[in-house]
Design a protein around this ligand. Structure first.
Ligand SMILES: *Cc1c(COP(=O)(O)O)cnc(C)c1O
Length: 369
């Protein structure tokens, strides 16, 4: 599904030197590269603040902790996402309220949001799934009208760009009140372990996130709030600092692979290729097809016999998971999310895919479906 070693090999000299410097200086925590990376990342994103932390999951948790929320406050999000989005809401005593997704883009259906807003709603938390942004302009307009915060889960979409109707272009993770990124090795910008970041234009909010990520500390051994320990370690920051200048080319490589897939599969009636919107670019964190549910598992096993890996992101909607039964949802509540769990099929997608590999994968797919 990915080729992390292949990607590393191409920039081995830079990355090795960066890691060696950290080891030589033995500044494993809060070493120079951590703040250097935060500054470079904020500049790359064109946002005032990038606060680094230990993972994308922590970024989401920190974002919610930094907002002025009370237990029982409601967070509107989607049931078709990676579990981290919803897990952090629950961990903070907040209540996830789901709205369904669009069957073609896999992202939050903005026409369903208003009906889900109650007195207790405080946050809308869209997920930019598989690398393409949700309809942020509509979400921001709704949020403004109802005085809600917007927390973007941009963990899969770093580098995606949204064009608003006034022509302005915005980076994924920088449009909401606060945005969250992950540097998990397979993400658009991956380190060699765990890492994450939070983006905001709000100086006070950035300061709160920074403090909460450091045990809620204001000055050394004085604590203003209850925090957590969440830091990007220096080795990961050094790797990310070396990789950041390559992010744009990584995204181009994904987009190129996607367009080769699209072309090769355009005549294949049995699969639906990813749908792109007019407002967002697609970074293809995943290249996700839709196939007839009855055909999916057989296709997967036939491709597997040909040594072609495939994945199902995600096989179960969150409202139907055992862990989230207490929310009181039932099968049928979010028909598109449920249908997608039976329909989606992700093909190998990474920066090192060759034209030959894509030809082989698509030939075998067409032959075996
Ligand atoms: C990867 C991911 C996360 C969590 O990121 P980690 O760095 O693995 O903690 C959260 N949300 C989504 C949508 C993700 O894909």
């Amino acid at each position: 599904m990915v080729d992390l070693y292949g990607q590393y090999r191409k920039i081995k000299t830079e990355v090795d030197a960066a890691m060696q410097r950290v080891v030589d200086e033995a500044a494993f925590i809060h070493g120079g590269p951590v703040s250097e990376f935060a500054t470079a990342l904020a500049a790359h994103m064109g946002v005032s603040h990038a606060v680094t932390c230990a993972s994308g999951t922590d970024a989401l948790q920190l974002a919610l902790m930094a907002l002025d929320l009370q237990p029982g406050d409601e967070v509107i999000t989607v049931p078709f996402t990676f579990v981290a989005t919803v897990e952090v809401v629950e961990l903070l005593g907040l209540r996830p309220v789901f709205v369904d997704v669009c069957p073609d883009t896999f992202n939050m259906d903005v026409t369903k949001i208003e009906a889900a807003i109650t007195e207790r709603t405080k946050v809308i938390m869209p997920v930019h799934l598989f690398g393409q942004c949700a309809d942020m302009e509509s979400i921001l307009n709704l949020a403004r009208r109802h005085h809600l915060y917007v927390v973007e889960d941009a963990c899969q979409a770093l580098g995606a760009q949204v064009t608003f109707s006034d022509g302005t272009v915005h980076q994924a993770g920088t449009m909401g009140t606060i945005g969250c990124a992950s540097f998990f090795p397979t993400k658009n910008l991956g380190c060699f372990g765990d890492g994450g970041a939070v983006f905001t234009y709000d100086d006070a909010l950035a300061e709160r996130v920074r403090s909460i990520a450091n045990h809620g500390m204001s000055e050394k051994y004085y604590y203003d709030s209850i925090g957590i320990n969440s830091r990007l370690d220096t080795l990961q920051a050094a790797v990310l600092l070396a990789k950041l200048p390559h992010l744009d080319e990584y995204i181009c490589a994904r987009q190129q692979a996607a367009s080769l897939y699209n072309e090769a599969l355009s005549e294949c009636k049995e699969v639906l290729t990813p749908v792109t919107t007019t407002f967002s670019t697609h970074t293809y964190h995943q290249y996700t097809l839709r196939v007839e549910p009855a055909k999916r598992e057989l296709l997967r096993s036939r491709l597997s016999e040909k040594e072609i890996p495939t994945m199902v992101y995600y096989p179960q909607a969150l409202h139907l998971q055992k862990a989230y039964q207490h929310l009181g949802y039932k099968a049928g509540d979010f028909p598109f999310a449920e249908y997608l769990t039976k329909t989606v099929l992700s093909l190998p997608m990474h920066t090192e895919l060759t034209e030959e590999q894509i030809q082989y994968i698509t030939q075998q797919l067409k032959f075996n479906i």
